[in-house]
Design a protein around this ligand. Structure first.
Ligand code: F6R
Length: 250
């Protein structure tokens, strides 16, 4: 695991964006694994800027996303499909046909999950995966569990995740209860993984994930075993690790 400490959210976004810009320069046909949530927005803005300046092109790139709410159509503003178009795809030169998210309205979720994994495999696997982290250590929508999941799958969201995501809805009641998410195995199969984390509210879970044991009760902890994992986090997010961890961050 590599750790890059940024002073704040803006610096975290700039540093992380450089990894994605370098990847698309080195391999224009890269398959990127993207994430939604608040944290990657600054990074996406920076990629949009670099693309507009002509420094990078996404013309030949493909993307998949970690997850999508189940039972939510793409035209809803809270869908991850809408999020990705609003925050990235509509502002860069990517071919929309080269972007894919799980279909939240699929009649047969199992078939959709299998097709999604096949799509990733057919494209040669994810070259660079972007991750955020939930307060309970979830990555994608892989919540604390008794085992690490394999394969894109349909999951039931925890009360903590529903509570964290209600800010995008009128109330917690409107937050969908299920989602389709890439599994831990598919995330771990990405050739490179970059995680972005900002804010004091994530400091304890970062400590639990990267200074404690690898356990499915803290899903992100499995990233300790990835051969090319980089954590880009700001000072607030690193505050507990810096104070108490003896492994990687002193
Ligand atoms: C989103 C996703 C989630 C988020 C996590 C953190 O596609 O996969 O795991 O990365 O919930 O979200 P924010 O960045 O909003 O704190």
């Amino acid at each position: 695991m590599k750790l890059i400490a940024a002073k704040d959210y803006d610096e975290m976004s700039l540093i992380a964006a450089r990894f994605f810009a370098a990847q698309v320069l080195l391999k224009p046909t890269s398959l990127f694994g993207f994430a939604t949530g608040s944290t990657p927005i600054g990074l996406y803005k920076e990629l949009i800027r670099k693309n507009a300046d002509g420094k990078i092109t996404f013309k030949y790139a493909h993307t998949v996303n970690l997850d999508e709410y189940y039972g939510m159509s793409r035209d809803k503003k809270q869908s991850y499909y809408s999020f990705m178009h609003e925050n990235l795809f509509d502002h860069i030169d990517i071919n929309p046909e080269n972007t894919r998210l799980p279909d939240g309205m699929a009649e047969d979720p199992d078939a959709e999950c299998a097709a999604y994994d096949k799509h990733i495999a057919d494209l040669g696997g994810v070259d660079m995966q972007l991750l955020g982290i939930g307060h309970d250590g979830h990555i994608g929508f892989n919540e604390p569990a008794d085992h690490f999941s394999t394969g894109t799958n349909c999951v039931t969201l925890t009360a903590m995740t529903i509570d964290a995501n209600k800010r995008f809805f009128n109330s917690a009641d409107e937050v969908p209860r299920k989602a389709l998410t890439m599994g831990m195995r598919e995330i771990m199969q990405a050739k490179k993984i970059i995680m972005v984390v900002s804010g004091k509210d994530k400091a304890q879970i970062l400590y639990d994930s990267f200074c404690g044991p690898v356990t499915p009760q803290v899903p992100a902890s499995i990233l300790q075993l990835h051969p090319d994992f980089t954590l880009v986090a700001d000072e607030d997010a690193l505050s507990v690790m810096k104070a108490h961890c003896c492994k990687c961050c002193k």
